[in-house]
Design a protein around this ligand. Structure first.
Ligand SMILES: [Zn+2]
Length: 118
């Protein structure tokens, strides 16, 4: 399941997409989140396998001084700071919005991704 508006993995928070705030129902499904973030955030640092061609294993983003991490762990994803996936995305977007106020490149990336600035 994906958000039909921004194409993000389906992560509803209070019945709205955690990324773009469009109406979104159903259960959170964060599969594909690593690739989605790695593709859309130029400021993210992405760890891949040894050959550098495998899917991302970890994505890290520094936002408003907080080190946001999401990593593959067995069959699931581990988030830092620890939070359920929709809340983690919501906090990340809130902090990215603060940084974007003084960073035109980041602001453009967020706009291009179709995410809602907070
Ligand atoms: Zn969305």
């Amino acid at each position: 399941m994906k958000c039909e508006v921004c194409g993000a993995p389906s992560l509803p928070l209070e019945a709205a997409c955690a990324f773009c705030r469009s109406a979104l129902a159903g259960e959170p499904d964060p599969s594909g989140l690593l690739d989605y973030l790695a593709d859309r955030l130029p400021s993210a640092s992405v760890s891949r396998g040894l050959l550098g061609r495998s899917p991302p294993r970890e994505v890290r983003i520094l936002a408003a001084g907080t080190d946001y991490r999401v990593a593959r762990s067995g069959g699931s994803l581990r988030f830092g700071p620890e939070a359920p996936a929709p809340e983690w995305v919501d906090r990340l977007l809130r902090d990215l919005s603060r940084d974007a106020a003084g960073n035109a490149r980041l602001r453009a990336a967020i706009t291009r991704a179709g995410w809602a600035l907070r």
